[in-house]
Design a protein around this ligand. Structure first.
Ligand code: FES
Length: 179
């Protein structure tokens, strides 16, 4: 049985047809985990670290490698809020939704960001420029409401100040297409 699996893998070749070397690194993790199905969560973490998110392609690849039904892999991945399913944008705005930030208007900030950039929280704009997300308390409650833009904490935000700041960040680096 195990030999059949190994033979099948050899026939398929290591890595992914795309040639993306990150799949080769993922294979390394799979080998280390001995293709054990109970290592799925660990492998999902590694995949997210490598790719920044878990695309459908990655989830199907892992299902095949671990001989699990794709529905099982999807089920586990979507159960945990740590996993992201869309590619991160070039810029990010994460609104803290912890209690201190929430009572000071964080929800309004999220809504305005979503409306202004036509994107839902947890997703990336179609042009791949901005990912909007929310987080639990980021540990700076005295600065509430807090928005983390490209990894930098901005304090005492309003919807207006956040939109202005995010707009500046997006404008600073023109895309290659526009240069
Ligand atoms: S609740 Fe937002 S930083 Fe603590």
């Amino acid at each position: 049985m195990a030999e059949a699996r190994t033979a099948e893998r050899a026939a398929q070749g290591e890595g992914h047809p795309s040639g993306d070397e990150r799949f080769a690194l993922l294979d390394k993790t799979l080998r280390k985990a001995r293709y054990q199905q109970d290592q799925l969560i660990e492998v999902l973490h590694v995949a997210q670290d490598l790719f920044g998110h878990l695309s459908e392609d990655i989830l199907i690849y892992l299902a095949r490698q671990l001989k699990l039904p794709p529905s099982r892999v999807y089920g586990v991945a979507t159960f945990y809020h740590l996993f992201s399913f869309t590619a991160p944008g070039r810029h990010s705005a994460t609104v803290c939704m912890g209690t201190a930030c929430f009572v000071k208007g964080a929800e309004e900030i999220v809504q305005q960001l979503e409306a202004a950039h036509d994107v839902r929280s947890g997703q990336t704009t179609e042009d791949g420029e901005l990912t909007v997300s929310t987080a639990r308390c980021v540990g700076s409650c005295g600065l509430a409401p807090v928005v983390v833009v490209d990894g930098v904490v901005t304090s005492h935000q309003t919807a207006e100040s956040t939109l202005a700041h995010v707009g500046e960040v997006l404008a600073k680096e023109p895309t290659e297409a526009s240069t």
